[in-house]
Design a protein around this ligand. Structure first.
Ligand code: HEM
Ligand code: HEM
Length: 245
């Protein structure tokens, strides 16, 4: 798969190699590349905001603050905490489904993190090369989309645990809504698959921690790569364009 981006002058176009590596035009300033479309960018930032809201409210659900005196109905504080958690959870779920739709219609960069070329030895070699770069044993390479190590981390530490978070979250919500509810009819099977309510809570927690660890490392890497690499990073998730210096 070799892509040329028509919006940049023919001579300074950056091409994309088999594993997403950037093939820069020799001897001249490479033009910018449009990588992430508006749908992916809006999804990214909405997802980030919902995850922050879910972490803060989830923390209080898991470790509730001491009770406030008086009638519960007069302040309803814990109710609001749970309500924000459920609204943010539903936003996360809806935009995730919309993002899955983009996998089919959004082109190669919208597809990347939902699929890993597991059977390609060449791709695993690129993952190793990137790991060796982080160990200061190899020079960094430039990529048009995600570098292969980031791609692997996004699949294993974001896409898969987010699916678990959504399924367990909606199952717990269904439990609260009651076994007669439509929610339970849609998500009650999660209890059968995972075992019982306690295990569903545990899976909700474990996948949460994987996504939190991913997010912290990811933010550090995004800013660090922007400063240390020839390619820009943060701009690609704000304007969609990646520049090469
Ligand atoms: C990044 C995403 C999420 C994080 C960080 C998160 C975090 C948490 C935490 C820490 C708890 C407390 C668990 C416990 O007491 O065992 C919790 C409970 C819960 N979460 Fe999430 N959650 C996320 C996504 C979701 C989603 C998508 C839903 C679906 C609506 C959801 C619904 C629930 C429900 C229903 C509970 C139990 C509430 C209760 O028992 O009062 N969560 N979540
Ligand atoms: C909860 C926090 C966050 C989560 C879960 C998250 C998740 C993700 C995911 C899944 C992607 C891949 C997008 C795709 O290919 O469809 C991505 C890309 C990206 N994110 Fe985040 N993100 C978070 C916060 C941030 C923050 C705060 C920044 C800015 C410093 C950031 C900057 C980027 C950039 C620049 C990319 C594109 C990387 C590249 O290919 O160069 N993210 N993020």
């Amino acid at each position: 798969m070799t892509y040329a981006y028509p919006s940049t002058p023919v001579k300074s176009r950056v091409r994309e190699g088999k594993f997403g590596e950037a093939i820069l035009p020799a001897g001249e300033q490479p033009g910018p590349v449009y990588v992430y479309d508006a749908a992916t960018r809006i999804w990214h930032w909405v997802t980030m905001l919902s995850i922050i809201a879910l972490c803060v409210t989830g923390y209080f659900i898991g470790a509730p603050p001491p009770s406030i005196g008086g009638e519960a109905a007069e302040h309803f504080m814990f109710g609001y905490i749970r309500m924000v958690h459920f609204i943010a959870g539903m936003v996360l779920g809806v935009v995730f489904l919309m993002r899955v739709y983009r996998v089919f219609v959004g082109g190669p960069h919208a597809r990347q993190i939902f699929y890993i070329p597991f059977w390609s030895l060449g791709w695993w070699k690129e993952v190793m090369d990137e790991a060796l770069y982080y160990l200061f044993l190899k020079k960094p390479k430039d990529y048009v989309g995600h570098n292969p190590l980031a791609h692997l981390a996004m699949f294993l530490m974001f896409v898969l645990p987010t699916i678990v978070l959504l399924l367990t979250g909606f199952a717990l919500f269904a439990e609260g809504a009651g076994v007669q509810s439509g929610w339970y009819k849609a998500f009650g099977w999660v209890f059968t698959v995972i075992g019982n309510s306690f295990s569903v809570h545990t899976w909700h927690h474990v996948s949460m921690w994987i996504v939190i660890i991913f997010s912290m490392v990811h933010m550090y890497m995004a800013i660090r790569e922007d400063m240390t690499h020839r390619q820009t990073t943060v701009s690609s998730m704000i304007s969609g364009w990646r520049f090469f210096r």
